[in-house]
Design a protein around this ligand. Structure first.
Ligand SMILES: Nc1ncnc2c1ncn2[C@@H]1O[C@H](COP(=O)(O)OP(=O)(O)OP(=O)(O)O)[C@@H](O)[C@H]1O
Ligand SMILES: [Mg+2]
Length: 335
């Protein structure tokens, strides 16, 4: 029997009304996340990663609209059909999110301790004392020293990196089934970053938590995800198990993205190749492959939109002229 995925997203499309016209930030994206699995989403700035997860979390601004055919299912239930009360018990305790900008996500006029303890009291029924003790433990786990004193402080008394760690503590405080982490470690130095990602990976394994990890850092994807999806101009252009992806990426954009990111173990000052050109204007995107105007390997067919299809086991690709190695895999598995 096919197990129901923890999160199932199908044909998700999100548009914004802008003075220049309708901007399609996410365009027909489909994927799923199983329990205990971590999906990494990578892509340049503006590709739609945050809008995608904000759509899942129902956190869009007033000028946004989600297309009617879009489907988001959690644990077999269509989120759109849930009552407001059911949704209240979904976001926070079952699906939680670490935001890209920690300052806007913390309440400036409430102490850190209350902000970590309250959701546990409300959702898990913990007593004030239990929740506070747990809040101090969580702060220690995310690497904050003197956690008991910190509970008494306000967000503005903490550095940006510490606020980000508080956000992470809040996000894992109710032991969610699914954690959505949008660039969770950008404000942190490398050592703390590693500590936090190791913590999240350990929780993911121990509790079979599903994780959606958005990052610019391909090294983070290599070490902390089971599967990778590459997003370009609102669409997924390639997705594969992490090992397969790094051995055999097919999309020309995936390769370019990898070459533009510092590699783990590379010599210091290794030159990075930035990707020539700019991502398209999402009010008027190219009709065919959206990467074609920047792609060295573009051919005539690229003026038509490529299908997003399975080229090998669990390896999906939307490219008319992919890296040959990836296509050989397809032929190899077909025989
Ligand atoms: N409120 C809004 N109104 C209009 N357009 C928006 C709005 N929010 C986001 N967009 C547009 O949607 C597109 C996707 O933005 P998004 O924030 O999802 O990118 P991202 O992939 O998360 O980038 P980054 O890596 O910089 O975080 C961009 O073109 C952005 O300008
Ligand atoms: Mg973003």
């Amino acid at each position: 029997m096919h197990e129901i995925p923890l999160l199932e997203v199908r044909d998700l499309t999100t548009r914004f009304d802008t003075p220049r016209g309708s901007l399609c930030a996410v365009d027909g994206v489909s994927f799923s996340v199983e329990r205990g699995m971590s999906l990494g989403i990578v892509g340049e700035s503006g590709s739609g990663k945050s809008v995608l997860v904000r759509t899942i979390m129902n956190l869009l601004p007033a000028n946004a609209s989600v297309a009617s055919e879009s489907h988001v299912g959690f644990d077999g239930r269509d989120i759109a059909t849930m009552t407001p009360e059911e949704k209240q018990h979904l976001w926070g305790p079952r699906i939680s999110m670490i935001f890209q900008d920690p300052m806007t996500a913390l309440n400036p006029v409430r102490k850190i301790g209350a902000q970590i303890a309250d959701p546990q009291r409300y959702h898990l029924g913990r007593t004030k004392r239990q929740a506070r003790a747990n809040a101090a433990d969580l702060l220690a786990q995310v690497g904050i020293s003197d956690p008991r004193q910190r509970l008494e402080q306000y967000p503005h008394e903490l550095s940006g990196g510490m606020r980000q760690r508080v956000m992470i503590a809040i996000a894992i405080s109710c032991e969610p089934d699914l954690l959505i982490a949008d660039e969770p470690t950008t404000a942190l130095d490398v050592t703390v970053q590693r500590q936090i990602l190791d913590l999240l990976s350990a929780i993911q394994r121990d509790r079979q938590m599903g994780m959606l990890l958005i990052t610019h850092d391909v090294g983070v994807v290599a070490q902390h995800t089971d599967r990778v999806a590459v997003m370009y101009a609102g669409r997924f252009v390639e997705s594969a198990p992490t090992g397969t992806f790094f051995r055999n990426m097919g999309h020309r954009y995936s390769g370019a993205l990898l070459r533009s990111t510092p590699q783990v173990g590379a010599a210091p000052h290794t030159r990075l190749h930035s990707i020539a050109g700019r991502p398209p204007d999402m009010v008027n995107p190219p009709a065919g492959c959206r990467f074609a105007p920047r792609c060295e390997h573009a051919v005539g067919e690229c003026s038509m939109p490529p299908d997003y299809r399975e080229i090998a086991d669990a390896h999906l690709l939307a490219c008319h002229n992919p890296n040959a190695a990836a296509v050989r895999t397809k032929e190899g598995t077909a025989q």
